[in-house]
Design a protein around this ligand. Structure first.
Ligand code: GDP
Ligand code: MG
Length: 352
């Protein structure tokens, strides 16, 4: 009897212990579940890819991050950091690097003469940097405002393929971001693809575009664009032009005519940008001279400085043409255009 009571009691105790253990385990699980992070479904691949690509669109490039080849040319000058008397070997290095960099014979001669005459107490690299910087003293103001009641026009001239249409797209992006209403005029009517390309930039940047069929009179496209701009209260017309004709005399005549139309009320040409391709080196200078007389150029846009260009052409242009470089192109993207800053430019090339 007593034995069976003891057995029953032990069974009850064991059962009680089992129940308590089970309750304890359940509570512990609930606590763990509450503390555990929410389980979230993994992002689909497509979305991840989109997020990964987005920063590229809005990335603002710096000049120094894009001047690959140009900086490479100056490497040997950058390494000349020792101060004191200049050796003939050092002068040879400076001469070779400057000529290869496209600064031109005149600037190279002037820098060598100054080094021979004054030496380089701060080191050759620092002195070359100062001398090059001193040759970039042009006024770089970009005019955006026209007289009251007129619409500002920026005209873009330059030979085929230098980057006129791309530059217009990038500048449209810039000016719209600055709060202006922009109309693009597809004045390159030489082939239909040019107007297509400009229309794509208009869609991309939110600008208006005025275009006509292939072979249309460029003057009438500009005229229509001015009409549209003044009717809609736009601030700025960016006018593309053709970079080729049967011969260069015809091209320059046509540009002069386009300019007259663009400068007639309600339009007012406040900037004429000549677009030059930096990778063509000294040829860019020859091209520029041809256009200068006909087009009253107020500023240079130097494109493709990100490519195989050798940078020094900026110095040659300002010294030999006396026209300021106002913007530089450093890629094909919409933000790949930078207002030219001589300090940053020279430092990017020559500063160690
Ligand atoms: N790498 C690079 N390519 C550029 C730059 N600017 C223009 N391009 C390219 O140069 C080519 C010709 O440009 P486009 O604007 O059509 O020249 P256009 O004939 O003067 O209008 C295109 O493939 C552009 O993408 C630049 O700053 N850097
Ligand atoms: Mg074009």
């Amino acid at each position: 009897m007593i034995g069976s009571v003891v057995v029953l009691a032990s069974v009850l105790v064991v059962a009680l212990i089992l129940v308590l253990v089970a309750v304890g385990v359940t509570f512990a699980r609930r606590r763990r579940a509450a503390a555990a992070p929410q389980v979230v479904a993994p992002l689909p691949d497509v979305l991840v890819a989109e997020i990964a690509e987005r920063p590229e669109l809005d990335e603002e490039p710096t000049l120094s991050s894009r001047l690959g080849a140009s900086r490479g040319v100056f490497e040997r000058v950058r390494s000349l950091t020792a101060t004191g008397a200049i050796t003939d070997e050092q002068l040879d290095v400076v001469e070779e690097v400057l000529l290869r960099s496209d600064v031109g014979v005149a600037t190279t001669g002037a820098v060598l003469e100054a080094l021979r005459r004054d030496g380089a107490p701060e080191g050759v690299a620092t002195t070359v940097r100062r001398l090059l910087r001193e040759s970039l003293v042009a006024e770089r103001h970009v005019t955006v405002e026209a007289e009251p009641g007129r619409v500002a026009v920026w005209l873009f001239v330059g030979v085929n393929g230098v980057g006129k249409t791309t530059t217009i797209g990038k500048l449209a992006h810039r000016e719209i971001a600055a709060g202006r209403r922009v109309v693009l005029a597809a004045g390159d009517t030489f082939r239909a693809a040019a107007a297509e390309q400009l229309t794509t930039w208009a869609e991309r940047t939110g600008a208006d575009v005025v275009r006509a069929g292939e072979g249309a009179d460029p003057g009438s496209v500009i005229h229509d664009a001015l009409g549209r701009a003044s009717a809609r209260g736009a601030d700025l017309v960016l006018a593309d032009t053709a970079g080729r004709r049967a011969n260069s005399t015809n091209l320059l005549d046509e540009l002069a005519k386009v300019r007259r139309v663009a400068d007639r009320a309600p339009g007012q040409v406040v900037e004429t940008f000549m677009v030059l391709d930096a990778t063509t080196g000294q040829n860019a200078l020859a091209q520029a001279r041809e256009f200068l007389a006909a087009a009253s150029v107020t500023g240079i846009v130097l494109t493709k400085l990100d490519g195989t260009a050798r940078g020094g052409i900026v110095v040659a242009i300002e010294r030999e043409l006396a026209i300021p470089v106002k913007f530089v192109g450093v890629g094909e993207g919409v933000t790949d255009l930078i207002p030219f800053d001589p300090d940053e430019f020279i430092d990017s090339l020559v500063r160690a």
